[in-house]
Design a protein around this ligand. Structure first.
Ligand code: T4K
Length: 375
């Protein structure tokens, strides 16, 4: 019997009837966008859920990041990592700034804070680290460096919805954090995102910039764009938010099953979660060490594909190696990130993935390694 395809992720969805109820409210109100009732409700509910005070919704995570960069008035050079989705680097470049790539550490793939200071020049205005896969950056050390050199900090927290360190939300660190609510994320509003910020002045600017810079009917303070989340997406967010605990609980079960089955395999590296962290189980990356596994990452990727299992090479190539940046940046300059990107494979993970499907994925990987071991 032909197997149904299994993708790296599937959107987390609420029961359709609940969304339809919200649609009826939108119809009755005749208010479709421009900070309507659903939008305001979602902002309020998210602040409660995340335990944070200051948050604005945006139409997607990328534009939220660009707007945060603009609101914080960054200039010149921005220290960041290339082991991320293209969005992080594009946001910096599209705002007329120069990304300066810092290497990552091999334990959790976040920025190596020991290497930041060497990259600071008189042109540096900020650090833009990524909580990649929801792994927490060394936020205390980043704070210290930023204070010492008077730099701003914006976190790309696209993957870090609901992640906390101890009791504190990870989104509270830095001057601002961007979180993505794209369909592929642990919490989604179809497309969407938010900026969490500290200073009220930055808040005022963010709010204006996402709505053409408008302050009032006759006053336009900034040359802003349009980055407002509409009512249909906010409604999706309100519906999904109610199920977050269930989604995360189910993801955790699959995550743990993967760890149990894959950790013992030679050449497969599963990175450990921080003991003091509350994870959102958003991605399941493995590193394939060819020397021990006897197979490389691409062979596993292809073997899974043959079985209609579409794992993804998040994040390969490095953003510094993307063809649009050819001759401009050099991926070899961040050797750990360069090596990691060649070995990483992100396995399917979402709440509706069954444990049997996860077992099947592990079995394919394990058989492939076993076969090579026997040769
Ligand atoms: N910063 C970081 C670190 C990010 O990872 C991202 C986004 C951003 C910034 C920007 O945030 P947003 O502007 O997107 O809010 C996907 C997502 O589109 C992207 O949001 C995400 N990161 C990135 C890591 O993954 P692709 O190009 O890999 O997506 P795609 O279309 O190949 O989808 C992946 C799989 O998901 C598909 O194979 C099947 C499944 N899928 C996807 C969609 C859209 C579904 O089952 N249903 C769907 O509706 O980028």
């Amino acid at each position: 019997m032909e197997q149904k395809p299994i993708y790296v992720t599937r959107p987390e969805m609420p029961p359709l009837e609940e969304y339809v109820e919200k649609l009826k409210e939108i119809w009755e109100s005749g208010w479709l966008t421009n900070m309507g009732n659903m939008h305001c409700c979602l902002e309020k509910e998210l602040k409660k859920f995340l335990g944070i005070e200051k948050l604005f919704l945006f139409t997607n995570g990328h534009i939220a990041l660009e707007t945060a960069i603009e609101a914080l008035e960054l200039t010149g050079e921005v220290i960041t990592t290339p082991f991320t989705f293209s969005s992080t680097t594009h946001a910096i470049v599209r705002k007329g700034l120069t990304p300066v790539f810092c290497d990552i550490n091999s334990s959790d793939y976040t920025i190596d804070t020991n290497k930041i200071e060497d990259l600071i020049t008189e042109k540096t205005s900020a650090i833009l680290p990524v909580h990649v896969y929801g792994n927490i950056c060394n936020v205390e050390e980043i704070d210290k460096i930023a204070k010492k050199y008077n730099l701003k900090v914006i976190y790309d927290a696209a993957h870090a919805f609901g992640v906390s360190k101890g009791k504190k939300s990870i989104l509270e660190y830095g001057d601002a954090s961007m979180v993505s609510f794209h369909a592929t994320k642990v919490f989604n509003t179809v497309e969407g995102g938010a900026v969490i910020y500290k200073e009220p002045d930055i808040g005022k600017k963010l709010l204006a910039l996402k709505n053409f810079g408008i302050r009032s009917e006759e006053k336009v303070d900034y040359i802003g764009g349009n980055a407002k989340m509409d009512e249909f997406r906010a409604a999706m967010g309100l519906c999904n938010l109610k199920y977050m605990e269930t989604f995360i609980r189910k993801r955790k079960q699959i995550y743990e099953r993967y760890v149990e089955r894959l950790e013992p395999l030679s050449g497969i590296i599963v990175h450990p979660l921080l003991a003091e962290a509350q994870s959102n189980y958003s991605y399941f990356p493995i590193l394939v060490q060819e020397e021990e596994a006897g197979v490389d990452r691409d062979e596993i990727y292809e073997a899974l594909r043959k079985e209609q299992i579409f794992a993804r090479k998040y994040f390969y190539p490095l953003t510094s190696g993307l063809n649009c940046y050819q001759n401009r940046f050099h991926p070899e300059e961040t050797p750990i990130a360069y090596e990691t990107a060649k070995k990483v494979l992100t396995l399917p993970l979402y709440s509706n993935l069954s444990l049997e499907q996860a077992d099947r994925i592990c079995q394919i990987i394990s058989q492939l390694i076993g076969r090579k071991e026997m040769l």
